[in-house]
Each structure stands twice: as structure tokens, then as C-alpha cells.
Design a protein around this ligand. Structure first.
Ligand code: KG4
Ligand code: ZN
Length: 369
């Protein structure tokens, strides 16, 4: 039963990958708001850049060093004392287990000492519910999550009620961007640098494959595309700036095209399963959702098929703790708190949809969730 006559104020903590983040989010009685009172995100990009990717051990140590200060800043910025908080929500998976341990243990200690309930949040649920924080979106809707660790299409039916319709069978899309950048000698993180180079390139120079396009199976695949990029780059090596730009532009076009095909499949499935949804919507989340060409492709597709296209602001699309605090509020007001949360053990793998079969593949966050 959703509690509408209560206000909620939750502290969120996120440490599942390479951002140390804390945030306070509030919802007024009557469901008014919600308001992000503070949102601190400390990126570890500089610590990992020399290695060309996230190093789990370095990430865990950096979380240990930064987390207390980040939480203090989030509370101070929001003008909230810990005693005014209704609950502490922390990412408990999926992700790099070292970071998850740091965040969840800190949250447990704070919950215990302040006598507050703890909510162990699935990171993917944070992404899945963000559009309700930013746009007040009603259930059901579709989520396309494209980040460094995940590439999924998820049907969001309600709080805790998700159905994974598609996932990657090999690399995550952000990973494909990062690996492509690395092959071409572009700096980490690769995605934004591939996008910048692509603006100067000719997208028709290389006819890269559109993995899975037209296939019945709904999933994604990007490793074949990555191999095609490697082959093209090896053949014309040494690469000029123009070559790099052309490869990036051709890669980005192939990705947008392949993604569009998979999303279109999901839109039509949504239409047939929910014919009565008056205003169907597709939400994008994850770092790759910042890519302008991908966004434009998806927006056009949604326009064509009568779907509302919802892209939360970039800071709330990438990893942050406001989405974790918000997931905590959604669970609190729905009365979906776990009395055994203090016993929760961090889970490196934690699919949103427990019925979906795991797929082969391992990404930046370890085994694919
Ligand atoms: O969501 P995120 O910040 O972190 C997680 O992986 O959870 O996503 C980071 C990923 C990286 O792989 C990065 O290269 C990619 O998102 N990315 C982009 C762009 N900005 C970030 N990929 C393509 N185009 C971009 N503009
Ligand atoms: Zn994420």
C-alpha cells in the first residue's frame, strides 16, 4: 500500500563502480516534490585513466578514502542532520564487490548507530526509477540502460517489478566505446572521445556490421563490431587523424543503427502487450545515453512510433546517489522495506529480474547482471 500522507527524506550512498556518491532526496506529504536536496558525485576517472579502465582494487581503496567526506558533504549541502533522515539507502549490487562492501558497510554502521532503517538497493533499480524522480513517469514504461557495465532493455511495471526484455550477450555498449577508443589511441574514458572524433569523420567510409539487426532474439551483441573495428584499424595502420575520425563516425553510426533496431523490437512488443497505455514511454539511462547521435536516433524512433522519449539530465543518467535515495523512498512509501536488510551481503551479480536466465559474458563490473 503506497503511503501518500507521509513525507520522506532519505540519504543515498552509491559505490558500485568508479563514482563515490551520496545524496539526500526528499518527498513531501501528498507525493509533492520530489526534491534532490544534495547530490555529490566524486569521480575516480583520474585514478583509473593511466590504466585505461577501472581497476577494482584502486576503486575500493578510493571509496574508503572518499566516502565519509562525501556523505558529510551531502548531509551538509542538504541542510539535513542525520537525525532528520527517515532511512539510509545504499547500493548493495550489482557491481565491483570491493566498492559495494565499502558503501554497504558504511550505511549499516550509520543505520545502526543512528537507529535508522537500512535499504539495500539494486543499482539497476536506481536507474530504472530515475524517470519517476525527474519526470513523474507512471508505470509501465520501457527502460534502455546503456552504460559501461550494462546494456539492457527493461520493462518497468512497478517498484520491484521488472522484466528484462534484452541484454548483451558479450560486451556492454560503453565497453565497446571504451575498447574502440583504446584501439585507436584515444584517451579514457573512451565514449566522449569517440563522439568528439566522430564529429569530424565520414560515417560512410567503413561498412561495419550491425550486430543482431533483424534477428528474432531480442538481445544485444557488440564484440563482433569491436573485432571489425580492430581489423579495419590494423589494415590501414598507421592511422592518421582522419582515419581515426572516420572509424569513430562509422562505428557510431553502426552502433546507433543496431541499437535502433533492438529498441524498435521492444517498442512494438510493448505496444502489443500494453495496448491500453495512453502515453507509452522509453527512458534512457547510463553514460552512453549522453551520446548525441544515439539520443537523436532513439528520439526520432520514439517520435515515429508514438512513444514519449525521456532522457533524464546527464548527472542523473550516469552513476549517482540521488537515484539510490529515490529508490529508497519508492520502497519506503510502498512499504517494501526488508526487515533483514542489516544481514544483506553485497552481490556482485544481482539481476533486476530474477527469472531472466543469466547470459554469458563478463564486463567492466565483473559478471553481467
Ligand atoms: O553510467 P556510466 O557513467 O558508468 C557505468 O558504467 O555505470 O557509464 C560510463 C560509460 C563509459 O563506458 C563511457 O565511455 C560511456 O559511458 N560514455 C559514452 C559517452 N559518455 C560516456 N559513450 C558514448 N558517447 C558518450 N558521449
Ligand atoms: Zn550505473
Amino acid at each position: 500500500m503506497v503511503q501518500r500522507d507521509k513525507s520522506f527524506r532519505v540519504l543515498g550512498i552509491e559505490t558500485s563502480c568508479d563514482e563515490t556518491a551520496a545524496s539526500v532526496v526528499a518527498l513531501e506529504a501528498g507525493g509533492r516534490g520530489p526534491k534532490i536536496l544534495s547530490n555529490i558525485v566524486l569521480s575516480q576517472i583520474e585514478e583509473h585513466a593511466a590504466f585505461g579502465g577501472v581497476v577494482p582494487e584502486i576503486a575500493a581503496r578510493a571509496h574508503v578514502e572518499a566516502l565519509d567526506g562525501v556523505i558529510e558533504a551531502a548531509l551538509a549541502d542538504s541542510g539535513t542532520d542525520l537525525s532528520e533522515i527517515d532511512a539510509i539507502a545504499a547500493t548493495a549490487g550489482p557491481g565491483l564487490v570491493g566498492g559495494l562492501i565499502v558503501g554497504l558497510m558504511t550505511a549499516k554502521a550509520m543505520a545502526m548507530s543512528a537507529g535508522k532503517p537500512l535499504i539495500a538497493v539494486n543499482h539497476l533499480e536506481g536507474h530504472a526509477l530515475t524517470a519517476r524522480l525527474t519526470d513523474g513517469l507512471a508505470f509501465p514504461y520501457l527502460l534502455l540502460l546503456v552504460s559501461g557495465g550494462h546494456t539492457q532493455i527493461v520493462l518497468v511495471r512497478g517498484v520491484g517489478d521488472y522484466q528484462r526484455w534484452a541484454t548483451t550477450i558479450d560486451d556492454a555498449l560503453g565497453e565497446a566505446f571504451d575498447k574502440t577508443a583504446k584501439m585507436l589511441g584515444l584517451p579514457y574514458p573512451g565514449g566522449p572521445n569517440v563522439e568528439i572524433a566522430a564529429t569530424r569523420g565520414d560515417p560512410s567510409r567503413f561498412a561495419f556490421p550491425r550486430p543482431m539487426k533483424g534477428e528474432q532474439r531480442p538481445d544485444f551483441s557488440f564484440s563482433g563490431l569491436k573485432t571489425a573495428v580492430r581489423q579495419a584499424a590494423t589494415e590501414i595502420s598507421p592511422l592518421s587523424d582522419k582515419d581515426v575520425a572516420d572509424i569513430c563516425a562509422s562505428f557510431q553510426l553502426a552502433v546507433s543503427d543496431a541499437l535502433g533496431d533492438r529498441v524498435l523490437r521492444a517498442l512494438s512488443r510493448f505496444r502489443s502487450e500494453f495496448p491500453d497505455t495512453a502515453s507509452p514511454a522509453l527512458v534512457v539511462a547510463g553514460g552512453v545515453a549522453a551520446n548525441r547521435q544515439i539520443k537523436a536516433t532513439l528520439e526520432a524512433l520514439c517520435g515515429e512510433y508514438g512513444f514519449r522519449f525521456v532522457a533524464p539530465p546527464h548527472i542523473l543518467c550516469t552513476d549517482n546517489a540521488a537515484m539510490i535515495a529515490w529508490a529508497g523512498i519508492e520502497r519506503l512509501r510502498a512499504g517494501m522495506t526488508d526487515p533483514h536488510a542489516m544481514d544483506f551481503v553485497p552481490r556482485s551479480r544481482w539481476p533486476l529480474d530474477s527469472i531472466s536466465a543469466p547470459v554469458v559474458g563478463s564486463g567492466r563490473r565483473g559478471a553481467k547482471a
